[in-house]
Design a binder for this molecule. Sequence first.
Ligand SMILES: C[S@@+](CC[C@H](N)C(=O)[O-])C[C@H]1O[C@@H](n2cnc3c(N)ncnc32)[C@H](O)[C@@H]1O
Length: 104
Amino acid sequence: MLGIDAIVMLYHCAKVSVGDILEVGSYVGGATIAMAMGVRDSGAEKKIISIERGCRVDLPRIGTKDSFKDLTKNLKRFGFLDMPTLMSVAISIATVIDLPTAAG
Ligand SMILES: C[S@@+](CC[C@H](N)C(=O)[O-])C[C@H]1O[C@@H](n2cnc3c(N)ncnc32)[C@H](O)[C@@H]1O
């Protein structure tokens, strides 16, 4: 789980930065939601593409049985599940990198 200083920094960067945002490893959405709030409050049409491969973490309080399921749940809870400029993708970046090799 991110500390409040990191959350505020991500919110601010997403709000003032120019251009779209790519997040690799959204886990259960702490940074994703902070950045989505920043983009929303900027009033600009910035896209956020958030990639998560899905994982299980057996830790008290910050653990998850299914990170992608909890990510979706948290995005919904904070009102960002249907944000038109936020795309949350269940994929491993390694899969993307390996695609040309796999295609031969
Ligand atoms: C330390 S957590 C990220 C914390 C998160 N950004 C937050 O706001 O709390 C790392 C995440 O990266 C994901 N991950 C690791 N390797 C990945 C890969 N190759 N492709 C996609 N996601 C990956 C893991 O499943 C995990 O959820």
